[in-house]
Design a protein around this ligand. Sequence first.
Ligand SMILES: Cc1cc2nc3c(=O)[nH]c(=O)nc-3n(C[C@H](O)[C@H](O)[C@H](O)COP(=O)(O)OP(=O)(O)OC[C@H]3O[C@@H](n4cnc5c(N)ncnc54)[C@H](O)[C@@H]3O)c2cc1C
Length: 490
Amino acid sequence: MELLLLVCVFSLGVAAPADGPNSTYDTIVIGLGSAGTTAATELAQSGRKVLALEAHDRVGGRVHTVPFGDGLVELGAEWIHGNVSSRTYALAVKHNIDTKLQPLSTDPYRSDGTKPDVALVTELLNLDFTEEHPDPPEAVGTFVTKKFMEYITKNKPDLLKDQDFITEFLEFSNLQTNTMEASNDWNDVTTGDLYEQLGGPQTISWHRHGYKTFFDIMLNKYNNGSGLPNLDIKLNTEVTRIITPQHPNETVTVECKDGSSYTAKHAIVTVSLGVLKATHTTFFSPPLPVEKRTAIEKISIGVVGKVILSFDKPWWPKDITLFAFIWKGDDKKKVSADDYWTTRILGAHPPMGSNNTLTLWTSGEVAKQVEKLPEDIVKTKCVALLQRFMGDALKITMPAPTGFLRSTWYSNPYTRGSYTYDNLQAPRYPLARKWLSYPLLDSAGEPRVLFAGEATNERHFSTVHGASETGRREAERLLSANDPGRGRKL
Ligand SMILES: Cc1cc2nc3c(=O)[nH]c(=O)nc-3n(C[C@H](O)[C@H](O)[C@H](O)COP(=O)(O)OP(=O)(O)OC[C@H]3O[C@@H](n4cnc5c(N)ncnc54)[C@H](O)[C@@H]3O)c2cc1C
């Protein structure tokens, strides 16, 4: 019995069976998206021995650059949002990568093939009420509708006679909010959200470099870099359970679906809120404390999706960010229930990584549905949509697409959603994201299982830079714990 105990204790800190008996890890990072890659690389560069376990066959998580059309496209994150104090932007600059600003310009089209009053639509689309925070907070839809009506009553009184236009415009604004927030309806989102934009332009593109370059840089793979000697990466490795030690002398055990298990002093969990919602009851042993479970339940993760089509050559006007689809009420009524989803597509966007592709953006429940519909139906109906909105106005017959891609962020078991947003309950749980970020401690009060990921960022959630900040936060938590001079204990 004693001998058995000795063998067990001796084997702690050992990765078995895959790595042989002598490889020990200081930290195991679960998931190699923006948060996990940041944490793993910061720790490895500081001399820690790190093992990163990633369920997908690639690094990047909700950043996924794919060769497509005459260049590449992004199935996940598209832009760097802001360049002031942005880790993503700073790394691009440091490596002399010429990111490009995609200037925001909207070209609106109506469902009957006509062009609306472009100047008027542009003026109304540029109204920005996001700086106003009513007290108590309201649903975004209710608040924006109120402010919009106040604006036109004061500045465009003639418009009040055109109720159809008002309805069409507000329905488009609803879709616009959903495409930004990943919500299903703008009345699911609170005006009391705590999100803070970084300063500077919000639509900076990695264009032909692809967002994946951010990961290549962090992993020291950019420009044929040799990687990081202290970082072992195992792809196609789904973690199924993490056992948190209670005693300071014990290690964290991480079990994987393929039967392997690994131990280390610490683990950093970076899986999405969607994955936590679906798996936390079996993923953590012992079960998570009540605050963390409450956070997992109360914070929302929604869906933003993309359908990407390539064409022989571009047929759309240049220098436009969004060809906006504004439905007329009468046209919408004629659409069958099966095709309802086609009325919930914001419009078409030419991505900057290729010249001959268009991305159609979906959100909420419709985005989930579009992931599951047969590919030929999605493709045919999307081409019909382009024809309906843009064909007559541009006097073209829509060419057949040469390629088709779509995102599956909701049905993907390793993401289960696109990103988090502050729902109507958020003002009642202002600490929820902080609770989600708290580490699990051993009996000596030392952090043993730590949490990063966009959902744990109180101000910069839903972004790549925000996720990266949390990876850095947790790496620093471990580094400063052993080196009090290094910084505050977080
Ligand atoms: C369509 C779309 C558009 C977006 N647009 C933008 C944008 O323009 N700008 C922006 O800043 N942000 C954007 N975002 C959001 C941004 O992509 C995310 O906030 C960010 O990438 C999240 O990083 P993360 O590390 O928190 O999570 P993830 O990227 O989800 O990383 C978690 C990792 O954990 C892995 N994993 C999950 N379960 C397991 C398991 N059991 N075992 C092992 N590994 C596991 C996953 O495979 C994944 O690689 C967009 C997202 C989407 C989907």
